[in-house]
Ligand binder design. Structure first.
Ligand SMILES: CC(C)(COP(=O)(O)OP(=O)(O)OC[C@H]1O[C@@H](n2cnc3c(N)ncnc32)[C@H](O)[C@@H]1OP(=O)(O)O)[C@@H](O)C(=O)NCCC(=O)NCCS
Length: 142
């Protein structure tokens, strides 16, 4: 099931997964997985049958017709089982309902084939995270 976290325990698990997958492997400090404006954005968590959060993603509305997907992460042992794909499809459906026509994102190089498979087009290299993780701007018309 995909939905937003709804209580303190779920929010902690949500950010913990983000941290474990996207920050801890690069020795980044706790807290670096969050931005000051989390409350402004839409949050999606994939819950398994035991009600554990095993996938997360954030949808940021940029303007009336554009949104950005950020902080996509699936628990390492659960990767390559279709959970990321489910999350992206769910966020795209939500975005469409809000009148969004295009989603952009900055993909890590390792995740490029994942997003390409889901219909995202590669635009150009964007920023270098932690001095080593090259990101690439991608977009999809939905
Ligand atoms: C990238 C990530 C979110 C993808 O989620 P996932 O649940 O592992 O991916 P899925 O199982 O849903 O994959 C969907 C499709 O993409 C393909 N795919 C995924 N990663 C791939 C890769 N590295 N190379 C080729 N194909 C890939 C899958 O084979 C699958 O294809 P299918 O539909 O034909 O079976 C997840 O692996 C992850 O959290 N990785 C580490 C953190 C990260 O890089 N996050 C993205 C930051 S931009």
């Amino acid at each position: 099931m995909i939905r937003s976290p709804q209580n303190e325990t779920e929010w902690q698990a949500y950010y913990a997964l983000r941290y474990e997958v996207l920050r801890a492997p690069w020795g980044q400090a706790k807290g670096s997985e969050q931005t000051p404006d989390e409350a402004l954005h839409q949050h999606f968590a994939f819950f398994n049958d035991d009600n554990q959060i095993i996938g997360v993603g954030r949808l940021d509305q940029i303007d009336a017709h554009n949104a950005q997907i950020r902080f996509m992460a699936v628990d390492a042992p659960q990767q390559s089982k279709g959970i990321g794909k489910c999350l992206i499809h769910f966020m795209e459906t939500e975005a469409k309902q809000k009148g969004i026509q295009q989603i952009i994102l900055h993909a890590r190089e390792v995740a490029l084939p994942f997003y390409q498979k889901l219909g995202y087009h590669l635009d150009n290299p964007s920023h270098l995270l932690f001095g080593e993780i090259q990101h690439f701007l991608m977009h999809k018309l939905i």
